[in-house]
Design a protein around this ligand. Structure first.
Ligand code: SF4
Length: 209
């Protein structure tokens, strides 16, 4: 007998999208366990290895249960790195439940499934970016860490279509990072890339998960 698809899930919760162009929109989050990177600034280290195996049916049941009290149009697969696991069956089930789907990825795995919104966020030190992601991304999001330079912002942004916005995301809303984000934004603007935004982590400001 064929085993049902099993995914390792860290948590499923309702909140507002705290980052990027969709900031402020009610969203149901599925945080998948596991990441192939180890960023120094990672604020979801707990998702690197902690989680429990769940079937697609269990995951979707939980999402729909949350949606009864928090009727969001959107579900966001995040991590960790969600593209490390075989999420095809889950995406199909979420689509059948008429949810719009966002996937947040660190850009090291190919976008094997079409979704409504890919947030592509390459990470230091190498800022690897698989080519297939540049065409499907709805936004390029870069954490304003100590590594990030204006040259890196521009080098990466040039690989995307001009209409893809660049989001500068200060690391954990820290003052030094917000100030650095403003400096980077001015440099990027001065270079002619005007489709750029500075974004604070809203969920941390309003103390939501
Ligand atoms: S890619 Fe994301 S989840 Fe993975 S270590 Fe970096 S910040 Fe953390």
């Amino acid at each position: 007998m064929r085993r049902p698809p099993i995914l390792k899930i860290h948590e499923i919760f309702a909140s507002l999208q705290g980052e990027g162009l969709r900031q402020g929109e009610p969203t149901l989050f599925i945080r998948l366990t596991g990441c192939n990177l180890r960023c120094a600034f990672c604020d979801t280290r707990h998702a690197w290895d902690q989680g429990e195996d769940q079937t697609v049916e269990q995951i979707v049941d939980r999402v729909l249960c949350l949606r009864r009290d928090f009727p969001s149009e959107w579900v966001c697969l995040t991590g960790g790195e969600p593209l490390l696991q075989d999420i095809g069956g889950l995406l199909q089930a979420l689509t059948q439940a008429l949810l719009k789907i966002q996937v947040e990825t660190n850009a090291t795995r190919p976008p094997v499934f079409p979704v409504d919104w890919y947030t592509v966020s390459p990470k230091p030190p190498d800022y690897d970016l698989l080519p297939g992601l540049t065409e499907v991304a709805r936004e390029l999001k870069l954490v304003v860490s100590s590594d990030l330079t204006a040259d890196t912002c521009l080098r990466l942004a040039r690989r995307f279509p001009a209409e893809t916005p660049l989001i500068l995301q200060p690391e954990s809303n820290q003052d030094w990072s917000i100030q650095k984000g403003q400096v980077l934004l001015r440099k990027v603007l001065a270079s002619g890339k005007t489709n750029v935004r500075l974004s604070m982590q809203l969920h941390k400001i309003i103390d939501m998960p």
